[in-house]
Design a protein around this ligand. Structure first.
Ligand code: AR6
Length: 179
């Protein structure tokens, strides 16, 4: 499924983000930036130790990455050039700014991508795994936020945005919602 808004392509695919040949893939990381399971584990495994070395340096400098913010590293052995590590909120029922924080993940990842002249970027379904954000609402936030960024014209170098769904449920939700 693909749509175009103001010359920027938005596409939903099912698959493994580590296999995506794009300029930047986004990682659903944690505050400590020292790896974990899910998509984070898959990215570090496939990308090799170089990514972790850079994450450690960022951690030494800044103490890690606050929820909703994003940092950038090499993509090591991956086909991408960069990994943008963003930290999604843990879902605690919705009264702890989870929606706003998830929105910030998409905005700050896109900002960082723009600063690095990224043309193509792939997002996983941030927070919808271990962090238990309801999938339907997370997809709505992801799509709305990205569309707003395109319409507000802060996106200049990015030409293509991929939403990479790993599980069938997210893939189905995104396919029905993208338009
Ligand atoms: N490619 C694309 N998507 C994937 C892949 C993959 N290879 N593997 C899993 N997913 P999660 P979170 C999907 O749990 O909820 C980590 O331990 C998965 O189906 O990876 O943001 C971090 O270190 C789900 O839809 O991230 C943090 O501690 C989505 O990725 C914590 O998990 C996100 O699931 C972050 O939790």
């Amino acid at each position: 499924m693909k749509i175009v808004i103001n010359d920027t392509e938005l596409e939903v695919i099912k698959g493994d983000i580590t296999k995506c040949t794009v300029d930047a893939i986004v990682n659903a990381a944690n505050n400590g930036l020292l790896g974990g399971g899910g998509v984070d584990g898959a990215i570090h495994r496939a990308g090799g130790p170089e990514i972790m070395e850079e994450c450690k340096k960022i951690r030494e400098r800044t103490g890690g990455c606050p929820t909703g913010e994003a940092v950038i590293t090499t993509a090591g052995n991956l086909p991408a050039k960069y990994v943008i590590h963003t930290v999604g909120p843990v879902w605690k029922g919705g009264a702890y700014q989870e929606r706003e924080l998830l929105r910030n993940c998409y905005i700050n990842s896109l900002k960082l991508a723009e600063e690095h002249f990224v043309k193509t970027i792939a997002f996983p379904n941030i927070s919808t795994g271990v962090y238990r954000f309801p999938k339907h609402e997370a997809a709505q936030i992801a799509l709305e936020t990205v569309k707003e960024c395109i319409q507000n014209q802060f996106i200049r170098s990015i030409q293509s945005i991929l939403f990479v769904c790993f599980d069938d449920e997210n893939y189905h939700i995104y396919k029905t919602m993208i338009r």
